[in-house]
Ligand binder design. Structure first.
Ligand SMILES: Cc1cc2nc3c(=O)[nH]c(=O)nc-3n(C[C@H](O)[C@H](O)[C@H](O)COP(=O)(O)OP(=O)(O)OC[C@H]3O[C@@H](n4cnc5c(N)ncnc54)[C@H](O)[C@@H]3O)c2cc1C
Ligand code: FES
Length: 264
């Protein structure tokens, strides 16, 4: 992990509160991979408020151009600040953080399950797994059609996918977890990577409880230091039949075996 700064090449508004930011950084393009994230300073130079950096998964890496991107939803002060940055501004960030995801897995088939902004770190997995000649299917669920522009990125990657929306304004009406359950047989020999709201992850944990698929969840636990010092991002994991242990999402994750995560 390094403290870095990179020129913003674009900060495109995908919809009302969804943005894709492209940043020039040969270091990240060379050293980062799927599942990792960056920690961004969300205030002007020499201003330390807000003090805590904000974590964002790496959405895409275009190695040829030394450009990587993040896809982010405006939520509070930090992300509002990011949304106001312009082409040519300099982004202050630390990275790459977290561990690399093992894409070799057990199978040649990969099912990606994303809910809302949880689709962001899965896009790079889709791209890299596609490059490894894996058969990739992306199932994504949203409240409404505000992520519509993202589908264009996926189509460019030529990834087969299904979109579900709660209000039926785009794709099929319904929940992505119901889609997975209804098609459970089609995804029998798939390794699974998922990221999204807790309720979605809990439902997927139940669905895959007694099945043999390797299911990896990317957790986006609230973070403070981002480097394993403050214990602000601890998750509880099952250990053996009755035991449990605590792990830090920023240092030991963000990817964990979904079956081991204890959602209290
Ligand atoms: C590993 C990881 C990857 C992430 N990747 C993305 C991504 O690719 N795109 C995206 O839009 N969001 C992502 N998030 C969530 C993103 O970090 C928060 O939405 C963001 O920190 C909110 O900051 P804010 O100042 O706008 O909101 P505020 O609500 O004002 O933030 C207040 C505090 O809460 C923390 N916080 C709030 N929500 C979250 C959250 N969901 N996760 C972690 N910390 C939170 C902030 O870091 C900050 O300390 C990720 C989170 C983690 C942990
Ligand atoms: S955020 Fe401080 S230990 Fe993970």
């Amino acid at each position: 992990m390094e403290l870095l700064s990179g020129e913003i090449l674009s900060n495109e508004k995908y919809s009302d509160n969804l943005y894709r930011m492209e940043i020039f950084s040969p270091y990240i393009c060379k050293n980062a991979t799927a599942g990792q994230f960056i920690n961004v300073k969300c205030s002007p130079e020499s201003v330390l408020d807000p003090l805590l950096r904000r974590p964002f998964g790496i959405f895409d890496i275009e190695e040829k151009f030394n450009v990587f991107s993040i896809l982010y939803r405006v939520k509070g002060r930090g992300t509002k600040f990011l949304s106001e940055l312009k082409r040519g501004d300099i982004l202050d960030f630390a990275g790459p953080m977290g561990n690399e995801i093992d894409l070799n897995g057990n199978e040649n088939n990969i099912l990606l399950i994303g809910g809302g902004i949880g689709i962001a770190p899965l896009y790079l997995i889709a791209k890299l797994a596609g490059g490894m000649k894996k058969n990739v299917f992306f199932a994504a669920g949203f409240k409404d059609n505000s992520y519509l522009r993202w589908e264009k990125d996926l189509i460019e990657l030529k990834i087969n996918h299904a979109v579900l929306t709660e209000d039926g304004s785009w794709g099929e009406k319904g929940l992505v977890s119901d889609y997975v359950w209804n098609n459970i047989r089609s995804f029998k020999n798939f390794d699974i990577y998922c990221c999204g709201p807790r309720d979605m992850l809990k439902t997927l944990q139940n669905i895959y409880k007694d099945r043999n698929n390797k299911v990896t969840a990317l957790l986006d636990e609230r973070m403070a230091c981002g480097v394993g010092v403050c214990s602000g991002c601890v998750v509880k994991l099952r250990k053996g039949k009755r035991g449990f242990s605590y792990k830090k999402v920023c240092k030991d994750g963000p990817a964990f075996n979904l079956g081991e995560v204890i959602f209290d």
